[in-house]
Ligand binder design. Structure first.
Ligand SMILES: Nc1ncnc2c1ncn2[C@@H]1O[C@H](COP(=O)(O)OP(=O)(O)OP(=O)(O)O)[C@@H](O)[C@H]1O
Ligand SMILES: Cc1ncc(CO)c(N)n1
Length: 267
């Protein structure tokens, strides 16, 4: 069994954040662990309150895990302030953490700010250089670079520019552009583009969290970055295709659809 850690925020309605990450790790046959950075009160309609945790308890959670358990990959999601960002960077350096996947979460689908604007610089300068891969969506890449991204060519340029900020690989996700869902990987030398038909659904709560967690689980299993990208793209496609409506807003993706089908729990 490979062990995968998520360092992220808790999503009370279970569609994104820590909860989506652990479901993804489990569905992909890895053992999931968590370091919680913030507690969000959210549902399918929006984020209503956020409490950031103290950096001491974030550091203690990370140290506890690394001092006892071999961590095969770590995914970092919502980290809302620069003190917690610096603490995480320090702890991961101390433990020589490997296979670090950074999803630079900034704003929820409902437009709530999950990263303090003044902390963006810390995220880039302290965490990006530690990453095996960073996975910004289009609005995140636009904030990081201060530039509009309107097509696949712009996504490729953005991947090159973000690569210069220190990560070994960059995947710019195209979920926010119209048309097919095209994602761009840049490894410092060449591009890999993966494209899927866009699934017509409103239920895409947590797609970014799920995608980056699938990459982390795949890296933990020994896949190289291109293989991990392919496995994550396939996983997110199935999870969105089988997404469902709970509540009144944006519903979650489905992590265990193939297991449920085999067990006769769904049609
Ligand atoms: N409707 C869709 N159909 C197919 N693939 C999609 C769809 N929406 C997003 N994707 C894919 O899902 C993955 C996540 O991309 P997306 O841009 O939605 O992430 P995100 O905006 O970070 O998500 P979140 O809002 O949860 O943070 C990418 O591989 C993207 O191409
Ligand atoms: C805790 C958390 N992390 C990430 C997202 C992604 O938007 C969210 N909605 N909530």
């Amino acid at each position: 069994m490979k062990n995968v850690l998520t360092i992220a925020g808790s999503d009370s309605c279970g569609g994104a954040g820590i909860q989506a990450d652990i479901k993804t790790f489990s569905a992909l046959g890895t053992y999931g662990m968590s370091v919680i950075t913030a507690i969000t009160a959210q549902n399918t309609m929006g984020v209503f309150k956020v409490t950031e945790l103290e950096e001491e308890i974030v550091a203690a959670q990370i140290n506890c895990i690394y001092e006892d358990i071999k961590v095969d990959a770590v995914k970092i999601g919502m980290v809302s302030n620069s003190i917690i960002i610096k603490t995480i960077a320090q702890c991961l350096r101390k433990h020589a953490a490997k296979n670090i996947v950074i999803d630079p979460v900034m704003v929820s689908k409902s437009k709530y700010k999950l990263l303090r604007p003044e902390a963006c610089e810390a995220l880039v300068s302290f965490l990006f250089p530690l990453a095996q891969v960073v996975t910004p969506n289009i609005p995140e890449a636009e904030v990081i670079l201060g530039k509009r991204i309107q097509n696949v060519e712009h996504m490729q340029e953005a991947a090159v520019a973000i690569h210069k900020m220190g990560p070994a690989n960059v995947i710019v996700k195209g979920g926010h552009l119209p048309g097919d869902a095209v994602d761009v990987l840049f490894d410092g030398q060449k591009f890999t583009l993966l494209s899927d038909v866009r699934i017509a659904t409103k239920n895409t709560h947590g797609t970014g969290c799920t995608f980056s967690s699938a990459i982390a689980a795949s890296l933990a299993k020994g896949f190289n970055i291109r293989e991990a990208f392919g496995a994550a793209k396939e996983y997110i496609h199935g999870a969105i295709e089988n997404s469902f409506s709970i509540g009144q807003g944006v519903g979650p993706t489905h992590h265990f659809y193939s297991l449920y089908k085999r067990a006769g729990l769904v049609d």
